[in-house]
Design a protein around this ligand. Sequence first.
Ligand code: MF3
Ligand code: CO
Length: 266
Amino acid sequence: MSGEMLLLKSARDIEMMRRAGKITAAARALAGEMVKPGVSTRAIDRAVREYIISEGARPSFLNYNGYPASVCISINEQVIHGIPGHRTIQEGDIVSVDVGAFITDDFKEYHGDCAATFFAGECSQEVKDLVSVTRQSFFEGIKFAKAGNRVPDISGAIQKYCESRGYSVVREFVGHGIGYRMHEPPEIPNYVTGLPGRGIRLVPGMTLAVEPMVNMGGAEIRVLHDGWTVETADRKPSAHYENTILITDGEPEILTPADGDRSYGA
Ligand code: MF3
Ligand code: CO
């Protein structure tokens, strides 16, 4: 990805991304409301797709590299990219919902992307803690999402927060730039590899999807035979939290804001 242009958004682009982000966040909230024992993942997918279209937007995920649905629903040991289907949510499940939507203007697309993990009925304290650390790690990361800092400052803060609490962060999948497309450069890993002081510098007008994927056990994952579903190798639970953000001259702006959803573990 390093050869690709880093795209800075104009004031007009940002206004479009706020609109896309609002729809995407509302779709996540709608999915979260539906996470209850007895509900099929297919029903959530249908409701999310219909909602996005009713708002004049389109689902970013549908047909993306052949992905067959509008939302990813990943349950318990599933990390990301679970495909909605006949499966019914059970009491005690933790359910990660990831959704993307875009609006168009003058043939340009403006994408939002966000995720959260929701509780189905009563869940164990163990998974509640995992979900709340995962969500908080996003906010720890974006404390560093300021002009002049570098991408690995965000990554390192997320990794440190999660690992110091005994969890692991997934390596094979990362956050990303977003805007005219769902995936733009740069990559936003949830771990640090490079030397301190290196890495892409953050500039006002960058729009990024920051998305920690956090495992209760080891970091290792595998992809199921459906070619999509990612689960933990040790089959211990995993949680996900994601927002699309804008780098500004001051604090980052969350373009997919949630208001008090049930993923907060409160
Ligand atoms: N939010 C995910 C991402 O950032 C989902 C894309 S998966 C697909 O990569 F379903 F769209 F393929
Ligand atoms: Co994403």
